[in-house]
Design a protein around this ligand. Sequence first.
Ligand code: SAH
Length: 511
Amino acid sequence: MNDQNAPAPHTQDGPRRPLLYGVGLGPGDPSLMTLRAVEAIAAADVVAFHSARHGRSIARSIAARHIRPDHIEEPLVYPLTTETTDHPGGYRGAMEEFYEAAAARLAAHLDAGRTVAVLAEGDPLFYGSYMHMHKRLADRYPTEVIPGVTSVSAAAARLGTPLAEADEVLTILPGTLPEEELAARLASTDAAVVMKLGRTFPKVRAALADSGRLAEAHYVERATMPGERTDRIADVDETTVPYFSVAVVPSPTNAGTRENTGVGEVVVVGTGPAGPRWLTPETRGALAAADDLVGYTTYLDRVPERPGQRRHGSDNKVESERATFALDLARRGRRVAVVSGGDPGVFAMATAVVEAAAEKEYADIPVRVLPGVTAAHAAAARAGAPLGHDYATISLSDRLKPWEVIAARLRAAAAADLALALYNPGSASRTWQVGQARELLLEHRSPETPVVLARDVGGPTESVRAVRLADLDPSEVDMRTILLVGSSQTQWVRRDGAPDLVWTPRRYPEA
Ligand code: SAH
């Protein structure tokens, strides 16, 4: 029955107040509806549901046994299901118009004092059509949202596999995302559920393969509905996949370690200057996928522990031994991550690993270097844009090269008017280098040149401030400090109540 002219229902106390229900119905099996969902439908005058143009509504079929002949049924029929339309506003314009019209129809019932139950498969506020009605009506009418069992819970229950436990992160992804985005997210999370399969299936499967998660991935079609089916994603015929299906990558603790093809490799990664914020998704994925972690203990400590993974921490001095150790592990079929701070190619482990891998005996061992955020860039970002034009990167450590080489490079860079990023400026045992560097630079640079003194950038004891080159004090510099020295063009503005700004313009005045 669909009678727009039905009289407003009355109670003994006069006209009834309007009420909007967003009713979560669960994933398909009607016995997975909540008691509250059943009560709401029983109390409703109007039962509304979305459907495609063919008119069949999954939501209505789940709730069918609770729909009475005296309910006013309000089908909200989508104008299109594919993303092609001749609407002047395109797909979004057509949908917007449809939602507006649908909300207006529900508002007319509410204005007449009726109780309207909008049916929603699964949970109403989880990728559901109901939310488009909610956003247009809930601020105007009393509204109750009734949560429902989602397809995520239903799929996990059907597989009988734990989804996530303890510190594991579960990521929910719509299959409509671009393949690269899916692969990056899949590689960097613990457990995942990918929704909205159907036509997106080939892309989702490719992303699972690309992220090394395909072997662990399960498929659940129509969980708890008639026609339910489970399989391994790898074995699914992609021409048969309906929209009501999900991919599940379950808890790594319970699924065992990630796909190991038995071919070892060495991946050289950098954890960024500090903390997880500057760890790239690619690096996070590589760390999660590794069987063995090799590196300086300080950097290994930044990586969360994983069951089944082995750690080989060492002090910071024996880089070449660490590199051959990693290559030997890889030869035995292990996936090894060699861990540095910052970017692995900037005064860090990538060189040592590549150098060792270039030896004949390691010619068949795959080696990959993944880029990371380097300290100079993190420090520059904090200060403004001091490295916004040409700059040189120099390590002040004379442990691996003579000071004469460093001095010659500082002079040359200063004469060329390059801004400078100075790594390893000093430590407990190297205390005079900064003073020497300052004197060399002052041969070419004004004493007013801004120097950004950045310590523990991104860490708990971060401090970033600018000083005049002439005032640069070596005693303020330690192992956790990087110095950014301006060029003749670098600007430094002190601001009231806000940090100073330091930047190097991208053009010269004569240009
Ligand atoms: N691979 C690293 C650099 C290793 S050399 C990178 O790309 O950043 C070590 C030097 O890096 C330190 O002496 C210091 O100069 C700099 N550094 C690393 N992390 C830093 C941080 N969080 N804040 C300031 N300087 C840092």
